[in-house]
Design a protein around this ligand. Sequence first.
Ligand SMILES: [Mg+2]
Ligand SMILES: [Zn+2]
Length: 256
Amino acid sequence: MTDAPNPLPPVKKQLIVFDFDWSLADQDSDRWVHEALCPRLRRKMKELKPTMQFTDLCAMLLRELHDVEGKTEEEIKAAMRLMPFHPGMKRGVQNLKAAASPETTFFLLSNSNTVYIDTILEHQGLTNIFDEIVTNPAHFEKDGTLNVSRRVPAEAQVQHTCKVGCSANMCKGEELDAFLSRHGGYEAFDRIMYVGDGGNDFCPVLRLRKGQDVAFVRRYRGLEKRIKEEGGVKCGIRWWAGAWEMEGLLDEARAA
Ligand SMILES: [Mg+2]
Ligand SMILES: [Zn+2]
């Protein structure tokens, strides 16, 4: 585990990968929807989490949020617009996007879902930031239920082959590799940066290169714990805790 250079060195072409919950956004969308609309279901989520695949649990509780609690599409979207999103993160991302140099590609890689992410990015004025978004598919059914499903369906012939513990719905490391295959490979980017906080960000961070790539790791959460306990990370690390600190790192990535 090594610290990345401070300040970050100049590059010509870079990729920045964002996790969504507690990384780009300053909350967790899957939990927030119930915290905002139905605390009983938030408690139920905590109770059942050890017993079910998490995307399946989210889908089940959203059905109950509609069928039993009568919450509507508009109420769910309003809850997402209300979710904490730090002005510094928003500013940092917009300024990096606007910078003439380096050339930056933006990739959002999340275990949330398309409805939450699209609603929040639109509300925050960030719709045009990302070149690609990979997450769990979701849509509102005619009766108003929010239907969320796994990125890799349970019934799919080919499941992911992750050996470091990604949940069945998606391996973020395999998704990062697949994104890079679509965009010229690792060697197409002088620097790959990954903004993450959770245990499921460990797998993609393990794939980043020594000497040139950087993980921006949010402190005190699952990713820091796994990096320290399991080791094996080759890329440099820069730590942050408050989103205002991440804004400073985003500024460094373009000042170069
Ligand atoms: Mg996260
Ligand atoms: Zn994985």
